[in-house]
Design a protein. Structure first.
Length: 337
């Protein structure tokens, strides 16, 4: 192959392993020679030579079949796979699983970087990863603490848009609807209730509001199972809200279904706003806050690549904007006593 490409064997090795200091023209000649010879670079052999595993870990909160998590995985794959990296996805749903994951990780040291999605990290965990030479990238996490780089959305801006929309439509009694989350875990979605309350307080327009939370549960409960209970909380609330803001679209849609079973109409009797702009929201014409988890995955993966290459990031921590998407579930507030 070296003879066919007109370079040394060392240059062939550097070019195929993606090592810097190889010109684009030389790299192209080597790749063309490899294609002509049907040559495939062994990742195992390359790892032994370079000290790299060519793997990136992706740790998400909640199961991998969730829309957000699968979209993030797709986004990371889009960027990392063409660069020769494998992605190893894992998930946790509670503190015990999280602690076990990071307790076992140093024993394996089977990756070059880790992307942590949607929950808080700590500087103590970061230091343990740094000792292994593994950069840590946060994706839509509530804080930048403990991350070498991060990409997130602004939950605060999204909830501010939701509150301002309902206020502009004449709603004066609002409720935020959320799933239960154990106190020892902080996810990105769990910060949305506080953002909702802060947006109302900052508006200072005399709005009344309540935050309604599903019952305590240890294991993950599907939104469809939570919806009847949450619908009951809405209808039995002394406040009797006319404007609902729901933690996620995946919870908002089954909640709407249950409330319709109780003869509530949207938006005639109540308005409802979701969060995420998941595909299911478009099917039911749900007003919601748009975010793009595939692009979040792209950005996190690009940051991971730069850090693994020893490059300096122009902006280590970034926040993507959210957008209010108006659909059919919001309208003028009904006349209520």
């Amino acid at each position: 192959m070296a003879q066919l490409a007109g370079v040394s064997q060392a240059t062939v090795s550097r070019a195929l392993r993606g090592v810097a200091k190889v010109s684009p023209e030389t790299r192209l000649r080597v790749e063309q020679a490899a294609n002509n010879l049907n040559f495939t670079l062994s990742k195992s052999a390359s790892a032994l030579a370079s000290g790299k595993t060519m793997r990136v870990l992706l740790l998400v909160s909640g199961t991998l079949d969730r829309w957000f998590n699968s979209s993030v995985l797709q986004g990371a794959y889009d960027v990392l796979s063409p660069e020769g990296y494998d992605i190893i996805p894992s998930f946790v749903t509670n503190r015990a699983q999280l602690d076990h994951y990071f307790a076992e990780l140093p024993k394996n040291r089977n990756a070059d970087a880790i992307i942590v999605s949607s929950f808080t990290f700590t500087t103590e965990l970061h230091d343990r990863m740094a000792a292994m030479g593994m950069p840590v990238i946060g994706l839509d996490s509530p804080s930048t603490d403990g991350f070498d780089a991060s990409i997130a959305i602004s939950n605060a801006d999204g909830l501010k848009q939701s509150v301002h929309l309902l206020h502009s439509l004449g709603h004066r009694r609002l409720a935020f609807i959320r799933d239960y989350v154990p106190q020892d875990m902080v996810y990105s979605t769990t910060t949305r209730a506080d953002c909702f309350a802060s947006a109302i307080d900052a508006l200072d327009a005399g709005l009344e509001y309540t935050i309604l939370t599903a019952h305590t549960h240890v294991n993950t409960v599907e939104p469809e199972e939570l919806a009847p209970e949450l619908a009951s909380l809405v209808l039995s609330s002394p406040l009797r809200p006319t404007g609902l803001v729901v933690e996620t679209d995946e919870l908002a849609v089954p909640l709407m279904k249950e409330l319709r079973h109780q003869h509530m109409r949207f938006p005639e009797d109540m308005s409802i706003v979701g969060f995420d702009d998941a595909p299911i929201s478009r099917v039911v014409d749900l007003t919601t806050i748009h975010q793009n988890p595939i692009e979040l995955g792209h950005s996190a993966a690009r940051k991971a690549l730069s850090l693994m290459r020893g490059e300096t990031l122009e902006r280590s921590h970034e926040v993507q904007p959210t957008t209010l998407v108006l659909r059919d579930t919001t309208g003028r507030a009904p006349n209520v006593a």
